[in-house]
Design a protein around this ligand. Structure first.
Ligand code: MG
Length: 278
């Protein structure tokens, strides 16, 4: 099932997306639906998708997004090359960090470029998992029961800011740096862990292309490892890392510029399109 959060005449709601139609569910937000612990059902009349404004699935995450860093081997290599660091090809422990999101950007929304502050704006297509049931001390084999569904997330990054401040937090948490959507696909639609084609394009040029099965640390591992000591609340968003081909991976780097169109796609979910603003 595909779910969308949408605005119709100033009222925010969650709908079931089928082709070009959105069926109201009676829920005002995805977090409300997740907490209800009931499957979404169609109530009332379908609305044409073009007549509503599709928002990010969770416009205001309750906590920071949990992110995986350098979770695909080829991206770990390009990242080390960019920072002129040695990389021996070993990644024994997962890299976790967080990304603050005041308001997740919807499909079609404009990514701000912060001229004067940011000189190296970059994109990162990622599969994001949304936790559906509070997770504490969950075993890998039970992790699936704690997943609600999946969406696409663009972990927009200001490389100069993330590097000079030593922590990635500031350079990845600026307003507008978290495009998310266009929809959420519920967990039963995919294998677990998901094995989905993932790609990004900038102005039509293919930049990233991989499969989510190539992650170094997969979702069962991540949910089990984090939840042994952290409560992952229902509604938590986990961004699982980006494959090779981010702008910093090219020589010279291919940074985003005002007017660029970034498309982030994942098989079975759709395409998240955002243009870079001035
Ligand atoms: Mg990332």
């Amino acid at each position: 099932m595909k779910l969308v959060t949408y605005d119709s005449q100033g009222i925010q709601s969650v709908g079931i997306l089928e082709g070009e139609w959105v069926y109201p569910t009676g829920y005002g937000s995805l977090l409300e639906l997740i907490r209800a612990q009931k499957p979404a059902q169609k109530i009332g009349q379908a609305l044409a998708k073009g007549q509503v404004q599709i928002l990010a699935p969770i416009p205001h995450p309750q906590q920071d997004i949990i992110c995986l860093g350098v979770n695909y081997m080829a991206h770990a290599q390009e990242s080390a090359r960019f920072k002129k660091e040695d990389f021996n090809g070993e990644r024994p422990y997962a890299v976790y960090f967080s990304k603050r999101v005041d308001c997740a950007l919807e499909d079609g929304g404009t990514i701000p470029s912060y001229p004067g502050l940011v000189d190296s704006l970059d994109y990162e297509v990622e599969l994001a998992a949304i936790i559906g049931r509070d997770a504490k001390a969950v075993r890998q084999e039970d992790a699936w029961e704690h997943v609600f569904g999946y969406t696409i997330l663009n972990d927009v990054s200001a490389r100069n800011v993330q590097n000079r401040h030593k922590q990635w937090y500031f350079g990845k948490s600026m307003d507008g740096f978290c495009p998310m959507g266009p929809c959420v696909v519920t967990r039963e639609e995919f294998a677990f862990p998901p094995a989905l084609e993932i790609y990004s394009r900038v102005n039509g040029e293919l930049r990233q292309q991989a499969n989510t099965r190539d992650m170094i640390f997969d979702l069962p591992f991540v949910i089990a490892e984090l939840s042994q000591s952290m409560t992952l609340r229902a509604g938590t968003v986990i961004a699982t890392g980006t494959p090779a081909g981010a702008g910093m991976g090219f020589t010279p780097p291919k940074w985003l510029r005002p007017g660029d169109l970034v498309e982030c796609g994942i098989e079975g979910i759709g395409v998240l399109r955002n243009r870079v603003g001035g």
